[in-house]
Design a protein around this ligand. Structure first.
Ligand SMILES: [Zn+2]
Length: 266
């Protein structure tokens, strides 16, 4: 069994303020350690469930948050940003049996996490085929391009709920809940216990039930916080201006959408 793990920090136990997720801030270190421990707990559960190969993609910020010395020997870690539009999914291909997400968070436009966002802080919200687009949704369509099912997600309660809407059979582990500007968190120990238990459940299920079909066409609509950014990005090839804050891209090809996204909100 070969597994791909994509990891973020805003859905891990503890993170509440944006400064806690930024490497140059003094408070960052203990949150990076928690992210490392949650990823290591998920890897350990995967190995106990019979995984023989695991690739972890560090998906937050400059993607060098996870302490590589804390991961089991069977794990390969992809650190840093390749520049490829697949970004948090860089390294995925058809050889994987399943994808697991760790530390995922609510999207821009959703109050489920005080630091909700989608990829960057530049959008108020992004809609994909009429649904609020999360990083989970973005990355699950990228996995679907290779026929790889998304079987597990941990993070805040709201993103776990949104994940269930898109992939009803996915196994979720909500380790925190966002309310306004606060988060209500499990303890780190109880959080990791829940991750280990739910990962084992996820890996004992029929993965084919978690497969996502790619829609025949995509409409990607981004609403910007900054009108100057909206104007500039309306000139991205394939983009059209909807109104002074909003641009749109329509394509039948997921690669066009994921590539447009990797420029238009950065
Ligand atoms: Zn992040």
């Amino acid at each position: 069994m070969k597994l791909f793990i994509s990891a973020d920090i805003e859905g891990c136990v503890g993170t509440t303020l944006s400064a806690e997720t930024h490497k140059n801030e003094a408070v960052y270190q203990q949150f990076a350690r928690e992210m490392t421990e949650e990823v290591a707990a998920v890897c350990a559960a995967c190995l106990e469930a019979g995984a023989d190969e695991i690739v972890v993609k560090d998906g937050h910020g400059d993607a060098t948050n996870i302490d590589f010395t804390a991961l089991p020997k069977e794990v390969k870690l992809i650190r840093g940003k390749s520049g490829h539009p697949y970004n948090m999914m860089f390294g995925i291909d058809e050889s994987f049996d399943a994808v697991l997400y760790v530390g995922y968070h609510s999207p821009a436009g959703c109050s489920g996490n005080p630091i909700s966002h989608t990829s960057t802080g530049n959008s108020n919200h992004i809609y994909l085929n009429g649904k609020l687009m999360s990083e989970f949704m973005l990355n699950t369509y990228t996995a679907a391009l290779f026929g790889v099912p998304a079987v597990f997600i941990s993070g805040d309660e709201a993103i776990c709920g949104l994940a269930k809407e898109m992939v009803p059979s996915i196994t979720t582990a909500a380790v925190k809940k966002g309310v306004g500007a606060c988060t209500i968190n499990m303890s780190p120990e109880a959080g990791k216990e829940l991750l280990r238990k739910r990962v084992k459940e996820a890996l004992s299920c029929d993965f084919s039930k978690c497969k996502t079909e790619l829609p025949e066409s995509f409409e990607y609509v981004v609403n910007y916080k900054d009108l100057k950014k909206a104007y500039q990005m309306s000139f991205f090839p394939g983009a059209e201006r909807v109104d002074e804050a909003t641009n749109r891209v329509v394509s039948n090809n997921w690669k066009d959408i994921v590539t447009a996204h990797s420029f238009m909100v950065y």
